[in-house]
Ligand binder design. Structure first.
Ligand SMILES: [Zn+2]
Length: 387
């Protein structure tokens, strides 16, 4: 990290090491899931040392999960810098070094969460340390959320509280410091066809759930092609909404009428499409098939879903991020907490150090050459929106 003074490099490394050595895995399987409290407390201490007022907010209904909101300065505008405190689970046997210790080699910092996305917080701290925070004209807020990698309960709880509020928000997910102003939504749904089992020799003894499911599959494939001809967006590599039939389970014997069948699929909507409306439309279509076959069909979300996201290309935040990074804002193929923050009324982008290619992988790393440019960009954004 040639542009940082040696003492600052040491501080940066120490902070990153402490964050990596404080596991905060979130997972929908309870056996891997952990509290994020220690990470939140560590961050709260560091931001308090810089004169921030901190609030540790328990996430209602999720024991051991906390959001942190740290604020310095007041005013109606300002900037939120947001990151999630959790990581995905990992298999240490597939790593070449300890995932919970910072290892420096090949001009990279290795460790679980270095890029996704604990490394963003030391970058923010270093950016703040280069500024005279006594001269702030508008607030800088640091948001550190719980469970982004699993339920997004942290972001959902904040949305329910209506906090935080500022003019702009930047989520520091790894984008190689390119500004991201759009992504698709995600919904994952389960379709359950409830038939009636019976001896296969007489079909009249039951209602075959697999027979009905074939009609469901055909309807979903038809619906997909309708959606793809209705909606296109040139800002995405895959420029249409996608619907993937993911897995299916039904029946138990060749000589028994299939009594029940369940299908799981995901649907990734483009900006401008509503998960809620899509669910309702699919439900209506399945109802018709169910009625025709005297077979109840239910459509149930497998998780609460994430909305699609698009920030205006000419918003002040997008323009500032393009100027500071030298890249034109684009889209990514993963979903983030951005729609939750945008819904609170903030101009929102995603931009942070590191590459998503090594996130959720063994030997995750943050390259040294992302760090000083990351600090400069974050500092530039704070200067523009808070001074
Ligand atoms: Zn992430």
């Amino acid at each position: 990290m040639p542009n940082i003074a040696p003492s600052d490099v040491t501080v940066f490394k120490q902070r990153l090491q402490q964050l990596i050595a404080t596991p905060s895995i979130s997972c929908t399987s309870a056996e891997y899931d952990m509290s994020n409290k220690s990470v939140v407390e560590l961050l709260a201490q560091w931001f308090e040392d810089l004169g921030f007022k901190t609030e540790i907010l328990p996430v209602e209904g999720f024991a051991g999960k906390y959001n942190l909101l740290a604020t310095r300065g007041t005013g109606p505008g300002g900037l939120v810098l947001s990151g999630h405190t959790d990581t995905v689970p990992c298999d240490p046997n597939r790593w070449q070094q300890d995932p919970f210790q910072l290892t420096e080699k090949e001009q990279r910092f290795y460790g679980l969460g270095t890029t996704d996305m604990k490394g963003f917080f030391p970058v923010v701290l270093a950016a703040l340390e280069g500024l005279d925070l006594n001269k702030l004209q508008q607030p800088v807020m640091i948001l550190a959320t719980a469970d982004e990698e699993s339920s997004m309960c942290g972001a959902r709880a904040l949305a329910a509280l209506g906090r935080p509020k500022a003019r702009c928000a930047v989520i520091g997910e790894p984008t190689e410091l390119k500004p991201i102003r759009m992504h698709k939504g995600i919904m994952m749904e389960s379709v359950r066809v409830q038939g009636l089992a019976g001896h296969s020799s007489n079909p009249a003894l039951g209602h075959n759930a697999l027979d009905t499911m074939t009609q469901v599959l055909n309807e979903l494939i038809l619906f997909r092609s309708e959606l793809q001809s209705r909606y296109q967006h040139a800002g995405f590599d895959i420029n249409v909404p996608t619907l993937n039939l993911g897995c299916i389970h039904g029946g138990d014997n060749p000589n028994r009428i299939c009594g029940a069948c369940e299908l799981h699929f995901d649907l990734r909507a483009l900006p401008g499409m509503s998960n809620h409306d899509l669910h309702a439309e699919i439900e209506k279509r399945l109802q018709v098939i169910g009625d025709k076959n005297h077979t109840p069909i239910s459509l149930t979300p497998l998780f609460p879903g994430i909305a699609s996201f698009e920030e205006q290309a000419d918003s002040a935040l997008v323009k500032a991020a393009e100027r500071l990074s030298g890249y034109q804002a684009e889209s990514v193929a993963f979903a983030t907490e951005a729609p939750f923050l945008q819904d609170l009324g903030m101009e929102t982008i995603v931009m942070g150090p590191g590459t998503i290619d090594c996130a959720h992988q063994p030997n995750e790393y943050l390259a040294h050459d992302q760090i000083q440019p990351g600090i400069n960009i974050v500092r530039g954004l704070i200067e523009q929106f808070c001074f």
